[in-house]
Every structure is written in C-alpha cells, then in structure tokens.
Design a protein around this ligand. Structure first.
Ligand SMILES: Cc1ncc(COP(=O)(O)O)c(C=O)c1O
Length: 421
C-alpha cells in the first residue's frame, strides 16, 4: 500500500495507523565460523546472537531457553507476511517451509523425514505414544521413577483406563552407573513387558541414561522403547540412527532454542505399524508418518519454520561443540560449588554420567528465597526443587553461557551460604 492509499484508508475507516514500537531488536554481528578450539571470545559472539541483556545470566536451559535473534526475525517476518496476505496462494509457501523444518529435524537427529512428526512439545509427543500403542490388561510398561509427569503420570493414568500395569525402576542417588540400569531393566523385564520408557537426561538431577544399551536390550526382546529427549534434544549430539529407539520426543523451546509450542516425535519406520494416531483432522504433513500422524488442523506454520531456523543456528555452531561446551560449563559449576561450605551436590561427580543439568542443596537455606535473591539481586535465573526428595537449586547452562556466568553464579551462592538470604 502506498502513502496515498494508506491515507485514504485512514480517512474512510477512521483507523489509527498500526504501529507497534520495539518490534525490532539490535542485530548481532554475523556469527564467525566455529574454530576447532573455540575460545571465550567465540562463545561471547554466540551469546550476542541472543536478545537477553548482557547483565542477565540464564542458567535454566532445562526449563526454557531463549530464542536467538535470527529465530525471532524468522518468526516475526513470516508471521507478518502471512497476516499481510492470508490468501491460500500466499500461504502455500508456508507448507513448503514446514516440510523444510521436517528435513532439518531429520538431519539433526540423523533419521529420515518420513519418521518425523512435528508436535507441540515433548508432553504431547510422549502422550501420543502412551495413548497410541495398543496395550491391555496383563501388559507391563517399565518406567523410571524420575520420568517427567508427561511420561510418568500419563502412563499411570492411561494404565487405569486400558488396564495395563506400570512398574518403576528405582533411581538411586548418586547415579549408580550405566551397568546398574542395564541390569535393573534386564531383571525387571518379564514376558508381559511391552514397552520401556526412560528419560535420556533427567530433569531432576541430570542423570544420563544409557539410551543405546537400553534400546538394544528392549529391541532384542521385542519390547518397544520411548526415549524422552526433552533434556537431550538440542544439547547432546543425539544420533537416533545409532540409539535406535522406537519413539523419541523433544521440545523446540528447550535446548534447541526454538519457538514455543513446537516439538518433535520420532517414530521409527519399523514401529509405525505399532502405534495409532491420536488426532485426525485436516492439513497433515506431506511425507511418511506425518501424513497420518500430523493432521492437527491449522498450525502455526511461521513457528514451525522458525523452529528450522533454530536448528540451523545449532548446526552452524556445531552440535558436538555445543554438547562439549555445555558439559564443560557444568563441570566448572560443579568444581566451584564443591568448594562452597555446606553445599551438597546431587548430580553425579562422574562426568560421563551427567551432561548439563546440575542440582544441589544449598545447606539449610530456603531455596525459594535463595532463587529469588539470585534473580533479583544478582540477575541469575535458575530453577528450584521443593519437597524432601533431592530438594535444592538447579543450574542448567547452555552454549549461550560463558565462564563469567559460571564464576558469577558460584560467587553468588558462596555469598548467600556465608551471609544467609
Ligand atoms: C524430561 C522431560 N520430559 C518432558 C518435559 C515436558 O516438556 P514440555 O513442557 O516442553 O512438554 C520436560 C520439561 O521440563 C522434561 O524435563
């Protein structure tokens, strides 16, 4: 619309110009190529891709990560384009964009686009499995006691409806080692066991589970596996071709730093005949399992396209480098907190048994007050865990964090442990 047409529209309608201030954010410099051994300068340039103010230290990736500037740009521009011209003709390209995200997801997880369903989040993906697999009275499902409610409460509730039995494998603290879990699942399997589900990295204390070994154990016995990847997707350099689960779930808004309300459900080609779709409506995906499992009616396609942009940024930085960096920052946090009097760390001292989720009990301090003080006075965002079971604070650093964030967080905890909150 030119200026004259715009003025005429205003005269006719008495409309007020649609002006939204602050929809723009400062553009970061282009991200340099990732060096073989990235230094703090490189990671600071990664941090600059995000719109968080430099004074804010976010250590809560396990809960929600920020989207980067490029992801926000893609989300905003694509939404604007759609709403400026919502004709079916203009929107046709959005369907192509959604399929492009499916391809990017497949490359990211090292599987095929025909095995990818773009869902709303991990909760929905997990529930599609617990609702969609045919289970009945007499069947058993093995879970771990540390599964998230979307993969624990959901199974328990569906067991009431469908009549199957849910059995929990205990999760000792500290992490007892990968062999413990292979052993514990082996012993718990019976001829009635139909499905095993566990969390790749737990959100409670960050225990990493031996995904490949547990999936192999199950596969050899004809048992299905659901790996909850909410805490591994976008953090670990996950290779589903190697792990070979039947189902794997993840969320865009966690470690991939994508938009909210987007997620993934991987359904192995070999397992697609063993699960029913839960939703049937219009506008499914175009390939493979998405043709039957992704007809959810109208979707937020700009968000799905922005999800692809988030995966591109991570791929550009380097998946292995992101995992290495997040692990290194976690180790630095543990080393720092170990030396603070009164702090008890719940997360494994053994680096191979953890990744980038770290929980600790700050002595007798009230964790809610401590978390509030960290945020309000020190500008550090983290999560709390109440109750009796491994209560405390949770730090989960990611590739947008720096060693300065680690030093700041350790110093702040030390200060409150000495002076109280
Ligand atoms: C292990 C695990 N599974 C599932 C979820 C649910 O994720 P969402 O809220 O994105 O569905 C979470 C969230 O923290 C989680 O940690």
């Amino acid at each position: 619309m030119n200026r004259r047409e715009f003025a005429r529209l205003l005269a006719f309608s008495g409309a007020v110009p649609f002006v939204t201030p602050n929809v723009e954010w400062p553009k970061a410099d282009k991200l340099p190529p990732t060096p073989a051994n990235p230094d703090e300068k490189f990671w600071r340039s990664v941090r600059e891709q995000f719109v968080m103010p430099p004074t804010l230290t976010m250590l809560n990736a396990a809960n929600l990560c920020p989207s980067s500037g490029p992801v926000l740009d893609m989300l905003y521009q694509t939404t604007k384009d759609m709403d400026q011209d919502p004709s079916q003709e203009n929107r046709a390209k959005l369907g192509d964009g959604r399929e492009n995200t499916r391809k990017l997801l497949a490359e990211f997880l090292r599987v095929t686009p025909e095995e990818i369903v773009i869902t709303r989040n991990t909760s929905e993906s997990n529930n599609f499995v617990s609702t969609g697999v045919d289970l009945k009275a007499g069947d058993e499902v093995l879970l771990t006691a540390d599964n998230h409610p979307s993969n624990h409460t959901a199974w328990q509730e569906k067991a009431k409806r469908f009549g199957f039995t849910v059995i929990d494998i205990k999760v000792p603290n500290p992490h007892p080692g990968f062999d413990y879990y292979v052993d514990a699942f082996t012993k718990a399997i019976t001829p009635k066991t139909k499905l095993i589900s566990f969390t790749h990295q737990t959100s409670t204390v960050g225990d990493v589970f031996p995904a490949k070994e547990l999936c192999r154990l199950a596969r050899e016995r004809g048992i299905l596996t659901l790996v909850d990847g909410a805490q591994s997707f976008g953090l670990m350099d996950v290779n589903l071709a190697d792990i070979q689960p039947d189902f794997y779930s993840g969320s865009a808004h966690k470690w991939p730093c994508g938009p909210k309300e987007n997620g993934v459900l991987y359904i192995n080609k070999a397992s697609q005949s063993k699960i029913w779709a839960s939703i049937f409506s219009a506008y499914p995906g175009r390939v493979g399992v998405s043709r039957t499992f992704e007809g959810f009616g109208q979707r937020d396609e700009p968000a799905m396209i922005a999800f692809g942009e988030a995966l591109k940024l991570q791929t550009q930085v380097g998946r292995a480098q992101i995992e290495k960096r997040s692990r290194e920052l976690t180790t630095a946090l543990i080393e720092g907190l170990k030396n603070v009097d009164g702090v008890k760390i719940w997360t494994s001292p053994e680096p191979s048994r953890r990744a980038a989720v770290l929980s600790f009990q700050p002595g007798n301090l009230d964790v809610r007050k401590l978390s509030a003080a960290l945020y309000q006075k020190d500008k550090i965002g983290c999560a709390t865990r109440g109750g009796q079971d491994r209560a405390g604070l949770r730090f989960s650093p990611h590739f947008y964090n720096t060693h300065a964030d680690v030093d700041k967080a350790v110093a702040a905890v030390k200060k409150y442990m000495a002076s109280g909150v």
